[in-house]
Design a protein around this ligand. Structure first.
Ligand SMILES: Nc1ncnc2c1ncn2[C@@H]1O[C@H](COP(=O)(O)OP(=O)(O)O)[C@@H](O)[C@H]1O
Ligand SMILES: [Mg+2]
Length: 271
C-alpha cells in the first residue's frame, strides 16, 4: 500500500536520505531507528510532504504522493498525520480546542477565526480524548498538562483527522519512562484497533523492539536494516549505531530491564 522508491533528499552537498526503498504492504507499526543525523526526520517529513524529495517516488494505494500539489497535497497531509517530540500544541488554549484543530483542513477560515466547531466534532473530540484516558483534562489549558498527557492530546488531534497513517517523530524523546510507555502503548492500540499504519522515529532500540512489528535502521542517510525485532541482533545494532556508542546510552536508560544484558555485554566488548 505504501511504496517508497529510491527516495533521496539533498541539502546542498549533504545527502540526508540516500535512495531509500521501503515497501509496506499492510498497515503495520514500524519503528525507524538510528543515531542523531541519520536522516529519520527527513524521511518522515518527505512522507508527509512537509519537505520535497530531491529524487525518488512515494506511492500510497497506487497514488503518486510526490506529485501532489495544492489542495491534493493538503488532503494527503490530513490523511498522514504527524506527531512531534515537542507536541506542538497551542499552550494557552484548552485541550479540546487543541484537538479540534485537527479538523482545520476541512473548515473555512471564518469558522476557524470564531472557533465555530460543529457540536458533532466537539463530541468526537471528547470521545477521542476519553479513548486516550484524558477526557477529564478537556477544559484545561494544554500547558497545565504533563508531557505525557500533552503528547496524548497531540495524538487525539491527529486522530481527529481520521488519518490512514500516523507519523511520529521521536514522540517520547521528551518524556519520562512512565509517560513514554503510555504514549507508545496508545500508538500501539490505535494501530491494532483501528488498523492505522504507524511509523515512529525512535531514539532507542529497545522501544522499537518492544512496540514495533518491523524496524528500519538508518545510518548516514541509508537504510541499513529492515526486518523484524527478532532479526535485530547485536551485530545489526552495531551496524546501525556504529561501534557501541549508543549501547552505553541505552545502559543508562531506565528501559534497561527490557534490554538483553548478555547482548549488551557483547556490544560493550566491541568498544
Ligand atoms: N533543513 C536542513 N538543511 C540542511 N541540512 C539539514 C536540514 N535538515 C536536516 N539536515 C541534515 O540532514 C541530516 C539528517 O538529518 P535528520 O533527518 O534531522 O536526522 P535525524 O532525524 O535522524 O536526527 C543531518 O546531517 C542534518 O544536519
Ligand atoms: Mg530527527
Amino acid at each position: 500500500m505504501l511504496q517508497i522508491n529510491k527516495l533521496t533528499k539533498r541539502f546542498g552537498d549533504k545527502t540526508a536520505v540516500s535512495s531509500a526503498d521501503i515497501f509496506i504492504d499492510k498497515p503495520a507499526m514500524i519503528g525507524v531507528i538510528g543515531r542523531s543525523g541519520a536522516g529519520k526526520s527527513t524521511l518522515l517529513r518527505m512522507l508527509n510532504r512537509l519537505s520535497d524529495s530531491t529524487t525518488g517516488k512515494i506511492e500510497f494505494e497506487g497514488e503518486d504522493i510526490t506529485a501532489l500539489r495544492g489542495s491534493a497535497k493538503r488532503d494527503w497531509q490530513s490523511r498522514c498525520a504527524m506527531i512531534f517530540q515537542q507536541f506542538n500544541l497551542v499552550p494557552r488554549m484548552d485541550v479540546v480546542s487543541n484537538v479540534l484543530h485537527g479538523t482545520l483542513n476541512k473548515r473555512s477560515t471564518f469558522a476557524t477565526m470564531f472557533n465555530l466547531y460543529p457540536q458533532s466534532d466537539i463530541h468526537r473530540a471528547i470521545e477521542i480524548l476519553d479513548r486516550l484516558g484524558i477526557a477529564e483534562q478537556a477544559p484545561k489549558r494544554a500547558e497545565a498538562l504533563s508531557g505525557g498527557q500533552q503528547q496524548r492530546v497531540a495524538i487525539a488531534r491527529a486522530l481527529m483527522q481520521n488519518p490512514k497513517i500516523i507519523l511520529a517523530d521521536e514522540p517520547i524523546a521528551s518524556l519520562d519512562p512512565m509517560n513514554a510507555q503510555v504514549v507508545m502503548q496508545s500508538l500501539r492500540t490505535i494501530h491494532e484497533e483501528d488498523g492505522r499504519m504507524v511509523i515512529a522515529n525512535l531514539h532507542t532500540l529497545d522501544t522499537a523492539r518492544r512496540y514495533c512489528d518491523r524496524v528500519i535502521g538508518m545510518r548516514d542517510g541509508r537504510i541499513v536494516f529492515d526486518g523484524t525485532p527478532e532479526q535485530l541482533t547485536t551485530g545489526v545494532a552495531r551496524d546501525i549505531y556504529g561501534a557501541s556508542a549508543d549501547f552505553s546510552e541505552a545502559a543508562t536508560s531506565t528501559e534497561i530491564e527490557t534490554l538483553d544484558t548478555s547482548k549488551l555485554r557483547t556490544a560493550e566488548a566491541y568498544a
